[in-house]
Design a protein around this ligand. Structure first.
Ligand SMILES: [Zn+2]
Length: 288
């Protein structure tokens, strides 16, 4: 009997998923104790995905114990500074690692005001870029590893990775082309809203039955029209989380205008959404 129980425990242990999401930066573009936006998806103890890399995430990445060699890709939600600022620093740091395999950087399309991920990377690391001395990284002749920007349209996209799946969808964020991402791995799902006011209702579709939804909580319920055109009010976050049947909602991208109203905002969210709610902190790790 004891043997059977032991075998059962072992079988369960072997099947248990080892997926975690870690918050590198829970803040926005302001100075403060929180780094700007950034998250890691850990799979079986390896830092496989970096989602956004705003200011301060470079240091938090090291503090988390993550390795650049283990990254399968970087996913950028949009090209606002607080989501991409540390990108060049990560590429430069990669030069001093053992990494040789290419690194895809996924991101949004461009428009008249904002560059596509491809143009952004060219403007940083290309031959005419600010850091042209690193331009070999965009070629197969790279002295370290090749950086390959990959544009995802605003439609629903699926990228099949080794052993897991990434989906993206265009979300409304003022005039900024922006994406939300979903990662499905070992039967678990983690959704990153990026910045959005969810005007086009696409976030809920992506977040269906999500185990974790990391949501853009940059504004309180009552604020000005411009801010509401860019970010979700707590009542909108509640709608998305409730309608998508999200299991665990994480409030992140916390700003000076939203942080003091956090209790009031959670009350508003709880009127509609009955699942678990966590307020993000830098370096916090969550298990879906
Ligand atoms: Zn933004």
């Amino acid at each position: 009997m004891l043997k059977i129980i032991l075998l059962l425990v072992l079988a369960l242990w072997a099947n248990a998923s080892d997926v975690r999401v870690q918050i590198l930066g829970s803040g926005g573009p302001e100075l403060g104790k929180r780094a700007s936006s950034g998250y890691i998806v850990w799979i079986d103890g390896k830092s496989r995905l970096l989602i956004d890399c705003g200011g301060g995430t470079f240091l938090r990445f090291s503090q988390s114990g993550a390795k650049l060699e283990d990254l399968d890709a970087i996913l950028l939600t949009h090209s606002h500074i607080d989501h991409v600022n540390d990108l060049s620093a990560f590429i430069k740091a990669g030069f001093f690692t053992d990494r040789t395999r290419s690194l895809p950087i996924y991101g949004a399309e461009g428009n008249d005001a904002f560059p596509s991920v491809e143009v952004l990377v060219q403007r940083l690391l290309g031959e005419k870029g600010a850091y042209a001395y690193m331009s070999d990284t965009l070629t197969p002749e790279s002295q370290s590893f090749q950086v390959i920007p990959k544009v995802l349209t605003q439609k629903n996209n699926t990228v099949q990775m080794q052993g897991y799946k990434i989906q993206s969808i265009g979300v409304h964020h003022g005039i900024v082309p922006a994406l939300a991402y979903r990662v499905d791995v070992q039967g678990k799902s983690i959704v990153f809203s990026g910045d959005t006011n969810n005007e086009n209702n696409s976030l809920g579709l992506l977040a269906q039955n999500a185990d974790i939804l990391i949501a853009d909580y940059a504004i309180p319920e009552h604020t000005d029209k411009i801010a509401k055109g860019l970010h979700m009010q707590p009542s909108v976050i509640a709608e998305v989380a409730a309608e998508s049947k999200t299991n665990h909602l994480v409030l992140s991208h916390i700003m000076r205008r939203s942080e003091p109203k956090i209790n009031e905002s959670i009350k508003i969210i709880k009127q509609k959404y009955k699942g678990k709610i966590t307020v993000a902190k830098d370096l916090m790790t969550l298990k879906p």
